[in-house]
Design a protein. Structure first.
Length: 267
């Protein structure tokens, strides 16, 4: 394909993706109240002292005439992008795959699926840990201070929280990629495991917006578990690679010695 044909293909893929996002966003806007109720559940489970009205009411406030409408549009757009993810990911895949070999397509599809699953797992963990983080931070509003959360700031905090967890869960996949590329061996990863675990907890303490021990542990412990899985994958890969090298015709020839020439022509 020429450059103009590539640009035309890209435009077609982007147009189909945008149409899918618009359709799903319109559908999400029809049920945006239910989506907001789901997103505010962690806040509603907080003790009454951490809510403005107390009692069973857990309403978040708006301070502008258009703020409620803008928040509804933002929530609908985020939900539309999420629901339309299979479509725009497929369009992205169809644009990339013509330039890949068959084995490259297999590895790319595996890692795209793994990265998507890990990111989704991180977002789900962030939703479960959000209540602990809110309770820790709002607990500082004591005495004459009364928490009055704006819906826009709450959603921004929730998005930052989810992104931090989602990106953190991609760390083990990065280690596996470095191992498959021959940059980082299993032996080196195993020798560095204490430093890596310490770095995971230090990163979790800095990356989580709350900084409380519950949220930090909620990020660090799954990352340590995923790091263990990455170690097992690296061990299996290095062992298979060592067996293949041992079975090579010139495996016993030293690296600084030329391999013997075969004078017989091959078939």
């Amino acid at each position: 394909m020429t450059l103009v044909e590539h640009l035309g293909e890209l435009r077609s893929r982007l147009f189909k993706s945008c149409v899918a996002v618009v359709i799903t966003s319109v559908g999400a806007f029809a049920v945006h109240e239910r989506i907001l109720l789901f997103l505010t559940k962690p806040y509603c489970k907080l003790p009454e002292a951490h809510r403005l009205t107390g009692g069973h009411d857990c309403s978040l406030i708006v301070t502008g005439v258009l703020e409620g409408f803008q928040v509804s549009l933002k929530v609908s757009l985020y939900a539309g992008i999420l629901v339309a993810a299979p479509i725009w990911l497929y369009q992205l895949w169809r644009f990339i795959t013509p330039g890949l070999l068959s084995n490259e397509r297999k590895y790319a599809l595996t890692f795209v699926g793994a990265s998507t699953a890990l990111f989704a797992g991180g977002v789900a963990m962030a939703y479960l840990m959000l209540g602990y983080g809110l309770e820790f931070l709002l607990g500082f509003a004591s005495g004459n201070l009364t928490p009055a959360l704006k819906i826009d700031s709450y959603l921004s905090f929730m998005t930052t929280f989810a992104m931090a967890f989602g990106l953190a869960f991609e760390f083990p996949l990065t280690l596996v990629l470095l191992n498959l590329a021959g940059v980082l061996s299993y032996a080196r990863m195993r020798s560095w495991w204490r430093g890596i675990v310490f770095g995971i907890f230090a990163f979790s303490a800095v990356a989580t917006p709350t900084g409380d021990p519950f949220t930090m542990s909620g990020m660090a412990l799954p990352m340590c578990l995923l790091f263990g899985v990455a170690l097992l994958i690296a061990r299996s890969h290095d062992a298979r690679k060592a067996r293949q090298e041992a079975e090579a015709p010139y495996a016993n020839v030293p690296d600084d010695e030329a391999t013997p020439l075969e004078m017989e022509p091959s078939q």
